[in-house]
Design a protein around this ligand. Sequence first.
Ligand code: AP5
Length: 215
Amino acid sequence: MNIILLGPPGAGKGTQAHHLVATRDMIQLSTGDMLREAKESGTEMGKRVADVMARGELVTDEIVIGLIREKLEGGKGGGFIFDGFPRTLPQADALGQLLSECGETLDAVIEMQVDDEALVDRITARSTCSNCGEVYNDNTKPIPADGVCTKCGEAHEFIRRADDNEEALRNRLMEYYKKTSPLIGYYYAKDMLSSINGLGPVDDVQRSIAAILQG
Ligand code: AP5
């Protein structure tokens, strides 16, 4: 089963994708994570995208479609979770094309709805384990007092993302409403869209997603 988690920055796409990977053997394809890896490893492409990402703007379609193409050629497991991709109409068209070239289909698009005020609260309180990527939140899932990550069991640094500040977040939201939200209509017209309330506790959101995947 191949699905898209669609939603604004901080909607909880990464949090829910990690759960689906752990419980359903699915493969998370997060273009944000792939771009951050390229940045960390100092590749030419990573250097080119670093400033764009820090400002909260979108990286070119050509780069992210290339990243996804490479990953689709790899293993499949219980299916792909597209997290943060597609983000524009050309990316959505490209995904349809790439999946059909691999003999795959897109089975569900889950829109996670969260209001802007909650997004700001979530993003400015987020930190991530630098070892395994587990996501924490100062308010709802604080870093353990002993500094040991609950997922990997290691005591590494917990990092705040360079684009998790109010100014970059304003740009990220603007980009979402201008370029990504048209995908809601795009997938609705294809009869693939399910919208859920992403505001409740993480477990409730998990249950809403499970109901869609089982239905
Ligand atoms: P990306 O990494 O994809 O960031 P994003 O879309 O802005 O999403 P986030 O990772 O910030 O949020 P999330 O929805 O995963 O929320 P999370 O689960 O962490 O992209 C970064 C940048 O890369 C872009 O700005 C762009 O420059 C570039 N890029 C990436 N893809 C691209 C593409 N396709 N095209 C062009 N450019 C691209 O949760 C957030 C916080 O809330 C956490 O602290 C978490 O613990 C907490 N939380 C989660 N769920 C709940 C809940 N239910 N209740 C309370 N708290 C919760």
